[in-house]
Design a binder for this molecule. Sequence first.
Ligand code: AKG
Ligand code: FE2
Length: 382
Amino acid sequence: MEELSENCFHEATYLDQEGQLRTSRVPVVQELARRGFKHLPERFIRVHLEHDYDVVDLSLLNNVSEVLPSISMAKLRARSESTDWTRELAELASGANTWGMLIIKDHGVPGHVLDGVKDVVKEFFGLSFEEKKASVGSYVSVDNMGYVRNFVKSEDQPLDWIDRVTVKAAPVGATQGLHVWPQRPADFRHAIEQYVHEARTILNDLLEALAEALSLEKHVFLQNFDPKDSEINVRVNYYPPCPRPDHALGLTPHSDASALTLLMQFDTAGGLQVLKDKKWVNVPWPPEALLVNMGDLLEIMSNGKLKSPWHRVVTQMDVERFSVALFYNPSPRTLIDPIRDSNSLKDEGYEKVVVGDYLQHFYRVSPTAEKQAINFSKRPKT
Ligand SMILES: O=C(O)CCC(=O)C(=O)O
Ligand SMILES: [Fe+2]
């Protein structure tokens, strides 16, 4: 077994509990996996994993009447076929509330666009660590952009078994003059931008449909997304094979801070789990489908009628996995005014919040053991 060379680390800078600026050297997971480490380095070990909630496959449960809802984008868009449309809308409303996560079929993204993303992502992660570092810089916004570490807040925090590269794909011009798009492969930016273009249409259509599904005016959510300054961050996640899937996670449990997240995965289906009724449910993800998550910002906009799911990613021993998460947000300056429903007895008590303030708060407190960042925009209970 080889040692990890001196420079195969990411540097993570953070403020510790006392407000001191600290730097942590975080091993690059892909490099650990490449060297065939048979033991999980200590910083990745989670001792509590086996004491966590049970894990279930929906297919193994015969007493579960609900399944993860599956939406046909084609039927949702073809409003004229009214029975199908009404059925999709009903599925959308209940799914977005009870699961917060929806399978998106018939999404209409051309195969060559999806293949283009897969090709550039694989080519990027096929480069050596030094080549990757040279190909793309990093910069700090509220989230970490570039080819850098996931969030690190202390030396004791268990690390995720993941490598990732994140780019701000919209608004256009946001990254002008910054070295934040990978230069290799040369068509990385083009391939991602083609996908972002398709994704935006899907997400805008969903925002309208979600409003209609809740019997609201169809622009109530979409009106927060100015086409010129709403934001799209694209995070490419690479989960290398892991020597001890029983003691490590690919991604720590979290909800997404975004309004909506569109997910694609390739090569393998397993890994993503969503917490439902105190059980981790393996997400049954059909090969050609995309997935959409409600994010915290949409939960706030909808005053809790749509729920952001608590989810995580597990690792596998001999299998590598890629996913692309596309986070769709209003501009940071947008003031979110949660819907008020005078007929509803169920008011979750969300208050107005500025998007940028929420994101700052989310990243300051994350990671948390449970879903709690969102309380930032809730009225204190009396
Ligand atoms: O890899 C996945 O399927 C999920 C990724 C995810 O939850 C995230 O990037 O926020
Ligand atoms: Fe997520």
